[in-house]
Design a protein around this ligand. Sequence first.
Ligand SMILES: *Cc1c(COP(=O)(O)O)cnc(C)c1O
Length: 402
Amino acid sequence: MNRTQHRIYFDHAATTAVRPEVADVIYDVMKHVYGNPSSLYKEGHEAAHLVADARARLADILNCAPNELYFTSCGTESDNWAIKGTAFKLAGKGKHLITSKIEHHAILHSMEWLKTQGFDITYLDVDELGRVNPQDVAAAIREDTILVSIMMANNEVGTIQPVEEIARICHEKQVLFHCDAVQAFGAIPIDVKKLGVDMMSFSGHKLGTPKGIGLMYMRRGVRIDNLIHGGAQEYGKRAGTENVPYIVGLAKAAELAMAEMPEKTAKLTELREYLVKELLSKISHSRYNGDPVHRLPNNMNFSFEFIEGESILLMLDALGYDTSSGSACASSDLKPSHVLLAIGLPAEIAHGSIRITLGSDNTKEDVEALAKDLPEIIERLRQMSPLWEAFQKGEIENCLIP
Ligand SMILES: *Cc1c(COP(=O)(O)O)cnc(C)c1O
């Protein structure tokens, strides 16, 4: 159990290490191409060429035209742009937007802010697996609805949404559809034309770039307001001198992810299924959250009754494991996760939850070690838990986990 030097990273949904291949191309651009892509001399042309090349390679991967892609600073910016840009452009047509209760805070907090500007927001429920029902989207669309925003894959429980069906419904009703694909990008195939989305958000650091590079797909013909005003970069839609090295890094990371996807999916699914089986069989009163089938290959989310996710996380940390708890994104914020509440978990159960997200660097040895250590940690924490004691004495009932 003494593993103070060797850390095992199980939080790939939060961020990933920069891939060496990506760091190499970024450093290469930093060393050799310092020009401003807008400049009309050789160094500028070189930089502009790199940006155009990266855009074309990403367009190839996502199956769109290069001029339907816009580089941003992060996934959060892309989400903000899609929502606020649409709201302000179409406020004259209507002030109603639809989203789900399990979106990332980049979406939910943008929607909350729009409410202060006079917009009306519908937050759709999800089922106990975390799925949005496309019929609920259809039923929620009104005369004054201007945008539907539903994510492709959830960052906490990994549930993959029926995006293609939702997009079809939105188009039948002539409402714009935006999709946050930050967690899905590089993990599952994405073809924006086949999905039929109008806008889609992406970020680099979930697939091996440094933090601080994002991407937005906007279908040709979609008109929304700009969020960042200034120069004429990004076809006049997103001002600011381009982060050329990171843009090149993003194209590299996406290409690597695409090439590795079949093998990585098979490997992570196998590791995941092993760990799920081990933990559920070894730990009583435990629950595997999310959709067992429509799920990101790398995601696991568990609830363990009678204890706190934070305590589990801290004890895992002490043993060298990086995981995340079921209490909101911010560790300073001890409210139970809005996603776990939305899938119907009582607050006490949501509090006792942890997320484990795998990556290519994880091995069979890593998950075997966790399969041994985590049940011991749960056992120790339950020995200290007054709730567990009361339950053992038959003074309280357990909530929902047999
Ligand atoms: C990480 C994440 C974001 C935010 O992306 P940043 O690049 O960190 O701003 C948005 N949505 C989802 C689903 C995410 O997982």
